[in-house]
Design a protein around this ligand. Structure first.
Ligand code: AMP
Length: 285
């Protein structure tokens, strides 16, 4: 069965209902398009479990500040649908902004709360309100059993899981590990902005994270120092933040901390803002 491309809420509902027939899980993968192998992995994981797989392709204006890259964000719907077709996706929902926001900017929005003000939220005020509002809408429109999100956007994943828990959305949220190029660079639609020299500089992000992980048995301060040393050695990377935080509260961990933590980085390389993160397990010393 080939992939159905639908653009309206009505056609989306009809397509899912047609496929729903004998039951089985409906899985959704939400994207902003310009699909790459990271998105492909989410689809793959969804396909392995779900009877019906829906991919949404929507560049959500609500989560971009006026100064950000909404207007230049890559738009590649044709190849996105081809990727979905190759992965056996049932339905691609690619609505216009008017279809998602028929009355313009919604008056009622989801507020991310305090976790939304940290890390990415500190650099991008209001970003997570925009993300959670569209995720809530797309959950309501697709009514999935399972929704898949990437660890690549760890804070987004955490906030979506919190929203689903705090507001009782009847959906399971599943996390998919970050897919990287062989040299370590985390795949991102924004990597298409990088020049060859930007790309070399961008490798310092993942190298810093891996250098941090290599010190996880030595303690939090050593992890931070090792990661900073790599970033400091790359002058063309403008660091926004490097943080070693509790994965549930996003609070910085102290040097005595043990167990799971998240080492997260955001930096500007040329005109491109990139983020990455890795899980760290701080050991008892
Ligand atoms: P985006 O289109 O960038 O909004 O991403 C859509 C979904 O794909 C989100 O859940 C992302 O976390 C996930 N994703 C993006 N890049 C990667 C990657 N390199 N590995 C795994 N998941 C990813």
């Amino acid at each position: 069965m080939s992939t159905q491309l639908v653009h309206t809420r009505t056609d989306l509902r009809a397509a899912i209902d047609d496929l729903g027939g004998p039951g089985g899980d409906v899985g959704v993968v939400m994207t902003m398009g310009a699909l790459h192998d990271g998105h492909r992995e989410l689809v793959h994981v969804a396909r392995a479990r779900c009877a019906v797989v829906v991919v949404t392709v929507f560049l959500n204006p609500l989560q971009f500040a006026p100064t950000e890259d909404l207007s230049r964000y890559p738009k590649t719907l044709e190849s996105d649908v081809a990727l979905c077709e190759a992965e056996g996706v049932d339905v691609v929902f690619a609505p216009s902004a008017d279809e998602v926001y028929p009355a313009g900017r919604p008056q009622v929005q989801v507020h991310a709360g305090p976790l939304g003000d940290l890390l990415e939220g500190a650099s991008r005020p209001g970003h997570f309100d925009g993300v959670l509002t569209v995720v809530a809408k797309l959950l309501n429109l697709t009514q999935p059993d399972v929704a898949y999100f990437g660890q690549k956007d760890a804070q987004q994943l955490l906030l979506i899981a919190r929203m689903v828990q705090d507001l009782n959305f009847p959906v399971e949220v599943d996390a998919v590990p970050t897919v990287r190029d062989p040299d370590g660079l985390a795949l991102s639609s924004r990597n298409t902005y990088l020049t060859d020299s930007d790309r070399l500089a961008a490798l310092s992000l993942s190298r810093a994270l891996f250098a941090g992980v290599a010190e996880e048995a030595t303690g939090a301060d050593a992890v931070r120092r090792a990661a900073h040393a790599v970033l400091d050695a790359e002058p063309s990377t403008a660091l926004d933040y490097l943080a070693l935080v509790d994965p549930m509260t996003l609070a910085e961990v102290d040097d005595e901390a043990q167990g799971g933590a998240l080492l997260a980085v955001a930096a500007r390389v040329g005109t491109t803002r990139l983020i990455d993160n890795v899980p760290v397990t701080l050991r008892d010393r």
